[in-house]
Design a protein around this ligand. Structure first.
Ligand code: IRO
Length: 311
C-alpha cells in the first residue's frame, strides 16, 4: 500500500502530521513527533521572542472537540529554527514545517529573513489566522493585509512557504481569497485554523470554561469537520495546481483522514484528538486509513485524492 504524499518537491511517507500548536511546543513533544510514524510535523507557531501566552485555563476538552485561547505561548523563534535544522541534519531527506506567527508584519518579515539566511531546508508556514491574541485581528480575514504581507514576503523570500488560513464561510470569500493566493508562488495553503471566537459554557456553574477573553476561544475537533472539508475543497478547486492544500480539522479516525484526502488535501493534520489521545494516535489512524483503502480497492492515495464526486 502506497501512502506517500507530496508538497512542492518533497515526498512524505504518509500524509499524517500534527496540527500546529498541538504536540509541538517543546523539544520533548517534538522528539515524540519525530519518532512517531507521522509523515512529517509542524512546530508551534513562533514569535521572535519567548511568550508565556494567555492565563490558564486556556485549553479545555469539550464533548465534541476543544476550545482554546492559548495566546501564542512559545519558546521563541530561534528554538524552533534550531530544532528544525538539527532534525534535518540528523535525518537527511526528511523535512518538517516551521510555523511563524508574528504579532506585527515586521515580526514576520524579521523571522522570514532569518529563515532565508539559515540552513533551514524545510517548508515555512506563515500563520495568518491566530484567533487568540487580544487586540490582534486575524490577518486572513483582512484580504488587503493578506495581500500586502505576501507581497512583502515574496520580494525577498526564496524558500518553500505556505500559509495557514482561518475558516471562511462564504463563497465570495473563497473566491476572493483564492484570487489573492493565486498571485503568489505559494507551495500550499493549510485549511483550517480553529473556528475563532466560539463560546463554550458550563450551564451548571453558569460560567465560561476558559479564562482569557471572557471565555471566547478557537473551536476545534468534530464541531469543525464540515467547515474544514468545505475549505479544503473550496481551495483545492480554486487554486493553481502548483499550490497544494493541507487539511486540518475534525480528524478523529481513518475515515476523517480519507475524507480530507478525497476533498483534495495532500497532507492531513490532527489537533484536538492528538491532544486527547496522545502520540499513539498516528499508528491507529494509519491502520484505519489503510483498512479503508484496502476495502475500496485503492493502492495509493493518488487513486482517490481530490476525486470527490458530485451527485
Ligand atoms: O492561541 C494560540 O496560540 C493559537 C494559535 I497561534 C492558532 O493559530 N490557533 C489557535 O487555535 N490557537
Amino acid at each position: 500500500m502506497n501512502l506517500t504524499s507530496r508538497i512542492a518537491n518533497y515526498e512524505f511517507e504518509n500524509p499524517l502530521m500534527n496540527a500546529s500548536g498541538v504536540w509541538c511546543d517543546n523539544a520533548e513533544k517534538l522528539d515524540e513527533m519525530v519518532q512517531s510514524p507521522a509523515g512529517s510535523f509542524v512546530t508551534k507557531s513562533a514569535t521572535p521572542d519567548f511568550r508565556e501566552g494567555n492565563p490558564s485555563p486556556r485549553y479545555v476538552e469539550v464533548p465534541l472537540g476543544s476550545i482554546n485561547s492559548m495566546g501564542l505561548p512559545n519558546l521563541g523563534f530561534d528554538f524552533y529554527l534550531d530544532y528544525s535544522i538539527t532534525f534535518q541534519n540528523e535525518n537527511p531527506g526528511q523535512i518538517n514545517f516551521l510555523s511563524i506567527a508574528g504579532m506585527a508584519p515586521e515580526e514576520n518579515i524579521l523571522m522570514l529573513k532569518k529563515i532565508n539566511d539559515s540552513e533551514f531546508k524545510g517548508i515555512t508556514e506563515l500563520n495568518l489566522s491566530c484567533p487568540n491574541v487580544p487586540g490582534k485581528p486575524q490577518i486572513g480575514y483582512d484580504f488587503e493585509a493578506t495581500e500586502t504581507i505576501l507581497t512583502r514576503a515574496f520580494e525577498f523570500f526564496k524558500k518553500p512557504i505556505g500559509v495557514k488560513l482561518p475558516p471562511y464561510f462564504d463563497i465570495a470569500h473563497f473566491d476572493e481569497m483564492a484570487k489573492i493566493l493565486n498571485k503568489f508562488p505559494l507551495q500550499y495553503v493549510n485549511c483550517i485554523n480553529s473556528i475563532g471566537n466560539g463560546l463554550y459554557i458550563d450551564a451548571d456553574k453558569e460560567e465560561v470554561v476558559i479564562k482569557p477573553k471572557d471565555g471566547f476561544g478557537g473551536i476545534g475537533g468534530a464541531y469543525v469537520k464540515p467547515t474544514a472539508l468545505a475549505n479544503v475543497r473550496a481551495f483545492y478547486t480554486r487554486l493553481n495546481k502548483g499550490i497544494a492544500v493541507i487539511g486540518c480539522g475534525g480528524v478523529e479516525n481513518g475515515r476523517d483522514v480519507f475524507e480530507h484526502l478525497l476533498c483534495g488535501a495532500q497532507m492531513v493534520q490532527v489537533g484536538s484528538q492528538l491532544a486527547k489521545e496522545g502520540i499513539t494516535i498516528f499508528d491507529r489512524l494509519l491502520q484505519e486509513l489503510k483498512a479503508i483503502m484496502e476495502e475500496k480497492g485503492y493502492s495509493s492515495i493518488e487513486d482517490f485524492r481530490g476525486k470527490l464526486k458530485s451527485i
